[in-house]
Ligand binder design. Structure first.
Ligand SMILES: [Zn+2]
Length: 472
């Protein structure tokens, strides 16, 4: 009797197991049908054996831009795009590219503006294989993988690493790499990008705040007030509020630099430019106060931005500060003013000529200054290749910007909050600092996190609330 019972139990067990296996099999078949499981072999199916030449791949701020050329018959092209192929997904993302026809093919680009292109903040977790997709008028299309034809000097290897901005206490790490694939005997090079979760490394930041001047360099002065002290006070408050939003913020100086001049040696290892580059931050904000020869003759806010960018963020910084601090846009009318409160100052012919003459006088090879090179070093040198950084050590009295040839740049803005030698501006900057801080923080929040972003409650705040509840 007992034996029989046991047997029935075993039978029931086997029966259940069979049902479970069958159910799993059905689920697996359904999964295959829905997700069309593929492999790297499928990724390269139909891809041309000739590659497109990649001549630039640059990250500036939060966007990746690529440029290159392709030797093809360009007569019947309908459009050119950057296609992201992924394993295990049906949808293939396509990013439209601009292109121009050349003598023997095309030149393509994701954007002409350095802070536009592919938004790395919005790439979902996956591995993306990059192809130039050419669509023709007859409805056919061809895919070309990308061969790295760049010669950037600053790189440990060809790997480009990017960390997304901290949102809801989370970050992604993006790796852009190159590899080879064997197309039945023909090796072709390809570019791909991996996006995965990561715990942000200690030395990686979201934002750098640079309080202008410092140490022996007090900047502009008016009576007992000076630029270095006031910008530090404001910068510290901005840092605190950005940290309350969950952002990781680094300061280029914190007031402990004493009375040394080395804080102004911007290209030293601990100088502002290299500290900014080391941080792997996405943005740097340099805070300054203005001054003009004739006191009270000028006032208001000036935001200095890099050349060849989408200026919406610069305009938002100017608008928010003016509104929140109850101040006004600067009245400074120069040919580099591009909007109310927004200025894009680049090197003029005379600047370039004097740089050249200075080099010859000091006996070093003149800098190869490119078109649209920003005038302000904090904007130019922190952007690497994207902004035409050039301090490479040839002028031995300067030091070296380790990142002058980097293809990953920090998006930079220089904020002149007002004129220290204007009575009304100074009074406002001294007595209404919160107004300036609020304006700066609001603009940064809207741009980096979104207008609707709500910062998660920090762990120690939570603990504090719990303890309070217990006590009550
Ligand atoms: Zn200054």
């Amino acid at each position: 009797m007992s034996k029989k019972k046991k047997k029935t139990k075993i039978h029931k067990g086997v029966y259940r197991l069979v049902i479970i296996i069958l159910a799993l099999l059905i689920a697996y078949v359904a999964y295959l049908k829905i997700y069309k499981v593929s492999s790297i072999k499928d990724i390269f199916e139909g891809v041309e054996t000739k590659e497109a030449n990649l001549t630039e791949y640059i990250v500036y701020g939060t966007h990746l831009n690529i440029k290159g050329n392709l030797e093809i018959d360009s007569t019947n092209i309908d459009k050119v795009s950057l296609a992201f192929k992924t394993i295990n997904t049906e949808n293939q993302e396509e990013f439209p590219m601009t292109y121009t026809k050349t003598q023997n093919g095309i030149e393509f680009s994701t954007s002409d503006l350095i802070n536009e292109g592919i938004n790395l903040e919005e790439m979902p977790l996956n591995t993306y294989y990059f192809f130039i997709k050419v669509d023709y008028n007859n409805g056919t299309s061809s895919y070309y993988s990308l061969k790295n034809d760049t010669d950037y000097e600053y790189k440990d290897d060809e790997n480009l690493e990017y960390y997304t901005i901290t949102k809801n206490e989370k970050n992604n790490k993006i790796d852009i790499k190159f590899a080879n694939y064997d197309m039945s005997g023909t090796e072709i090079e390809y570019m791909y990008m991996g996006v995965g979760y990561i715990k942000l490394p200690d030395n990686v930041y979201d934002v750098v705040i640079d309080p202008g001047h410092g140490g022996a360099d007090v900047g502009a002065e008016n009576g007992k007030y000076n630029e270095a002290e006031l910008t530090l006070e404001i910068a510290e408050k901005v840092k605190e509020e950005l940290e309350d939003l969950g952002l990781k913020v680094l300061m280029t100086r914190d007031g402990t630099e004493g009375n040394e001049y080395n804080v102004y040696s911007v290209y030293d290892n601990n100088g502002r430019v290299n500290v900014t580059g080391d941080s792997k931050a996405k943005y740097v904000f340099s805070i300054h106060l203005n001054s003009i020869e004739q006191a009270n003759s000028q006032s208001g806010v000036e935001i200095y931005a890099p050349a060849k960018i989408n200026l919406n963020f610069a305009k938002s910084l100017a608008d928010n500060i003016v509104k929140s601090a109850d101040t006004k846009y600067s009245g400074l009318q120069m040919n580099y003013k591009v909007d109310e409160g927004v200025y894009v100052r680049t090197l003029t012919e005379e600047d370039i000529e004097s740089s050249r003459k200075g080099a010859i006088a000091k006996g070093y090879e003149p800098y190869d200054i490119k078109e649209n090179t920003p005038y302000l070093y904090m904007i130019r040198e922190t952007g690497g290749i994207a902004t035409g950084a050039y301090v490479d050590g040839r002028n031995t009295s300067y030091g070296v910007n380790k990142y002058y040839d980097s293809n990953i740049g920090v998006e930079a803005y220089l904020l002149e909050l007002g004129y220290i030698n204007n009575r009304i501006d100074l009074e406002n900057i001294v007595n209404n600092q919160e107004g300036y801080v609020e304006g700066i923080v609001k603009a940064i929040k809207d741009e980096l996190l979104g207008e609707d972003y709500v910062a998660p409650i920090k762990k120690d705040d939570k603990e504090q609330t719990n303890t309070n509840t217990k006590r009550n």
